[in-house]
Ligand binder design. Sequence first.
Ligand SMILES: *Cc1c(COP(=O)(O)O)cnc(C)c1O
Length: 420
Amino acid sequence: MTAIKENILAAKVRSDFPILQQEVNGKPLIYLDSAATSQKPQAVLDTLRHYYNHDNANVHRGAHTLSVRATEAYEAARDKVAKFVNAQYREEIIFTRNATEAINLVAYSWALTNLKPGDEIISTVMEHHSNFVPWQIMAAKTGAVIKYVGLTENEEFDLEQYKTLLSERTKLVAVVHVSNTLGCINPVETIISLAHEVGAKVLIDGCQSVPHKSIDVQKIDCDWLVASGHKMCAPTGIGFLYGKRSLLEEMPPFMGGGEMISEVFFEGFTTGELPHKFEAGTPAIAEAIALGAAVDYLSAVGMDNIRAYEEELTAYLFKKLATIPNLKIYGPKPTAEGKGRAALASFNVEGIHASDLSTLLDHEGIAIRSGHHCTQPLHRLFNASGSARASLYFYNTREEIDVFIKVLKETIDFFNSVME
Ligand SMILES: *Cc1c(COP(=O)(O)O)cnc(C)c1O
């Protein structure tokens, strides 16, 4: 039953993605790198073109028709994102260039003014570099200390260890929702409520969760959530920060310039209202509007449909990968129904370099990633310089997984025969 449903969904959405209708190296493209960036549906591409063909003008400061149109579309995109993550207030959504900029906004605005020597930041060993480095910079500037939650035997977030790290010294918990390497889904509701019990604030890195399942920021009660548009069918150059309004109101501006001010004098300035206080300079107008279109598109497909579909694909992918000898997959195993992890697999095959695998797969039109996936500390824990990663989205099919597995097996056989 589910298999039939799944094929209907795949068939329905696939034609929306023009880039997928091509051959690469003489073979139909099989794109298995959506955790790095997703492809964009026609509706998003049309939105970009329409904006530049009809409405392009600078936002917020003009009284002319095009400026009003651009402003309305830009602010409508904010409403769409707010609704998508169920923010209580529209001004809780701040447009940024990407998730990295959103994390840096919180670091330079909140952490720099609130952390002092001896304060503790809790993070995890599985963070993306974007959720490591800003806190390391803040620790160096403020004298705060970073503590890292490690992994359980199943290579998941160690909740018991986390509990032992929490104390009244903990001021901030910065944790990824879904790991882009392990694929584990962290228990953010529990993590957040335990942090709040000791008075700490929590930032959730939603880069790999927001594109794949419905997120309710009020329900999980995070203080901040960040995501990148380009991993959720929108263009590059746009992402967002969600923050609780009371917190954002207390936070000083991150960058200074136009848009973020109320009044400017020779002696100084007064800051503007939320959300503009954090959006200095001309924003990525077209990209934000296109992010709104991406959110419309994802909502029309249905986030629950996407999650259910990706669970099916996960179960199938892991069943197939299990047939390959000497292949180590990082992170937890999915259930037979594909639950309990994200639709991606980072792996290493004994004796074969991940980059050699991805190069040979590319010859067959199959795009997988190899490297450290911006999680070097995690790879060091595994004594691996890198790994190969196949990551899925709702436009991928079982047939693509079949071809991927077949070519992967042939490639491994080839390397093994050469090495003999
Ligand atoms: C991609 C990613 C980031 C960084 O996103 P940018 O778009 O490069 O800012 C951060 N965290 C996770 C988990 C990611 O997957």
